[in-house]
Write a protein that binds this ligand. Structure first.
Ligand SMILES: Nc1ncnc2c1ncn2[C@@H]1O[C@H](COP(=O)(O)OP(=O)(O)OP(=O)(O)O)[C@@H](O)[C@H]1O
Ligand SMILES: [Mg+2]
Length: 273
């Protein structure tokens, strides 16, 4: 017995005028896994996400999301997914809490206030919850945006460049959130231009290039495509990210570097693996 994939994409094509952006895209995403779609600017990542979330129609090809055919059952697809777009979709005039309550009401949840407070706590936004979003930093906005997409516990979430514009600590926070989601059984399809993000998070990585998926595999499989690296003995230098995190502290605000997430803040010269 095989379990059906959470997302199945076959031969998807899309053009804008003369620009043939997607030229036959095929892949499958296993339920409960994190799948990263990697591609450079303009590769068509957002276009594909917009198609899979029913915001845009494909010119050719088929796809099923949570078992529902995209063309035949777009309403069922919409019920099964959430989308966090490349640009945060939060309402600037409302507070963080009001944004969450609004979505919880739109999704007809019973206790919108409780849902909002729970998510504010999960995303470390409780203190900022009653402030207008226009006063939030980019990282806070992004966290709120992801929190909004989790309302109603959709089984599949699409994250279009979830960490674009975030500082290293906020990126790690978002990565942790994404791992937790997958740990609870949510299927995550994310796009990124950052190789390290895919490396850190994804169970499988697909590379979208010139309209098709040119590679699709686990990190270990992708690494085997290149000849093994030469073995060299070098002193391990801290990365700029290690230094940044050690200097600013890894807990975002308290300045201490030794509770959760602190495992990345190794002092210079200490081995981190
Ligand atoms: N509505 C549209 N009308 C015309 N061209 C479009 C439209 N949407 C996207 N495109 C073009 O399609 C191509 C793919 O765009 P898309 O936004 O999907 O790329 P992307 O991989 O998400 O890039 P980025 O990494 O910059 O977000 C680009 O050349 C873009 O200009
Ligand atoms: Mg994009």
């Amino acid at each position: 017995m095989t379990t059906d994939p959470a997302i199945r994409v076959e031969g998807i094509e899309k053009s804008f005028g003369d620009l043939h952006v997607l030229r036959g895209v095929d892949f499958e995403v296993r339920a409960g896994s994190i799948f990263a779609l990697l591609g450079s600017n303009g590769a068509g990542k957002t276009t594909l996400i917009r198609i899979l979330s029913t915001l845009l129609k494909a010119d050719a090809g088929t796809a099923t999301v949570y078992g529902f055919d995209l063309a035949a059952h777009p309403d069922d697809v919409r019920e099964s997914i959430s989308l966090t777009g490349q640009f945060a979709a939060v309402d600037e005039v409302l507070t963080g809490r009001e944004n969450l309550v609004l979505i919880a009401r739109l999704r007809h949840l019973k206790h919108p206030g409780e849902v909002a407070d729970d998510l504010l706590a999960r995303f470390s936004l409780t203190d900022a919850g009653n402030r207008r979003v226009s006063t939030y930093s980019g990282g806070m906005r992004r966290r709120l945006d992801i929190a909004m997409s989790l309302i109603g516990n959709p089984p599949i979430i699409f994250l279009d460049e979830p960490t674009a514009g975030l500082d290293p600590q906020s990126r790690i926070d978002v990565w942790q959130t994404i791992r937790q989601l997958a740990g609870r059984g949510t299927t995550v399809l994310l796009t990124t231009q950052h190789l390290d993000e895919a490396e850190q998070l994804a169970d499988r990585i697909a590379i979208l290039h010139q309209g098709t998926i040119i590679q699709n595999g686990t990190l270990a499989e992708l690494k085997q495509l290149l000849p093994p690296a030469k073995v060299e003995y070098i002193e391990k230098q801290p990365s700029l990210e290690d230094i940044f995190l050690a200097l600013v502290g890894s807990t975002g605000g308290t300045g201490t570097a030794h509770d959760q997430g602190g495992d990345r803040t190794v002092p210079a010269g200490k081995e981190s693996q």
